[in-house]
Design a protein around this ligand. Structure first.
Ligand SMILES: [Zn+2]
Length: 285
């Protein structure tokens, strides 16, 4: 997150607020109402500006940070994963990431039975991070895609955000939620995606399966990828995940069988489809 812009916003709001203390009481009340509206507008504008800009600006920085942590995992492979068989996909484990971040990572069955308030509702806890005791805890009774994504998301908070208090998260698998989330949550999601689906490895595995670094969709390609949905794939909207989802779940082309990309990286199909889009592996006209 861009803390400088948050501090700047804080200073602006505080300095405007400070001027009210010097006004007479009646005009102070009228001014207070105007100020509340003004402050509301300022906060909304700055929130949405940060929401749209910060994550875009920080993507590169987050990927770089993830890459350095992955190098650290690789260097410590003997102690982290003594049975390492040489396939880098084996090292994409949130528990290894937590170790190099100096967090204690545990799976605790029953964690989901400790609900927490979220947008006016009580939600099941799927993961939490406690910066004081340097603990990350994940509920293992969700699907492995949710456990891995939520665990990597908590590690994202540990690496990117100096949280003062314990933070809880609902089950996450990389699929978009149906409401706007804070820049902090989006950053932790992007961190998790970059860790579980590293740019270089995804491009390599994509190229192995589809024979190219960037796939253009023709009638023949659509027939090979998903013969049941050729029309949908050919006429898909560029903003949709239609083609990316078909590629994320594809397990056979030209008679060759292979684990789908989402299976190989042990993530949800939607998380992999979003990563395919982020890496521009599909050519859109
Ligand atoms: Zn979170």
């Amino acid at each position: 997150m861009d803390y400088h812009s948050i501090i700047a916003r804080f200073i602006v709001v505080c300095s405007i607020q400070g001027t009210f203390a010097t006004l007479p009481i009646r005009s102070r009340i009228r001014s207070r109402q105007k100020f509340d509206i003004f402050q509301h507008i300022v906060v909304r504008i700055t929130f949405y500006t940060q929401y749209m800009v910060i994550t875009a600006m920080n993507r590169h920085r987050i990927e770089e940070q993830v890459r350095k942590l992955q190098i650290e995992i690789f260097r410590s492979v003997d102690s982290l994963h003594p049975k390492y068989g040489g396939n880098p996909l084996e090292l994409l484990e949130p528990r290894f990431l937590a170790r190099v971040l100096d967090f204690h990572y545990t799976e605790q069955p029953g964690l989901s039975e400790q609900p927490f308030p979220y947008r006016g509702r009580r939600m099941a806890t799927a993961g939490l991070i406690d910066p004081q005791s340097r603990r990350i805890v994940v509920e293992p009774n969700f699907s492995s895609e949710i456990c891995r994504f939520t665990g990597a998301h908590e590690c994202g908070h540990g690496a990117l955000h100096p949280l003062a208090r314990m933070h809880r998260d609902l089950p996450l698998d990389g699929s978009p939620l149906n409401h706007v989330r804070s820049p902090m949550e989006r950053e932790a999601d992007f961190f998790a995606a970059a860790f579980l689906m590293p740019r270089k490895l995804v491009i390599e595995e994509f190229s192995k399966r589809f024979g190219t670094r960037k796939l253009a969709f023709s009638n023949t390609v659509a027939q090979l990828i998903c013969p049941e949905r050729v029309d949908k794939l050919l006429h898909a909207d560029g903003k949709s995940l239609e083609r990316e989802k078909a590629l994320a779940s594809c397990r056979i082309t030209n008679g060759n069988h292979f684990p789908s990309l989402s299976q190989a990286f042990r993530v949800s199909e939607t998380a992999m489809a979003i990563r395919i889009k982020e890496l521009s592996l599909v050519e859109w006209p």
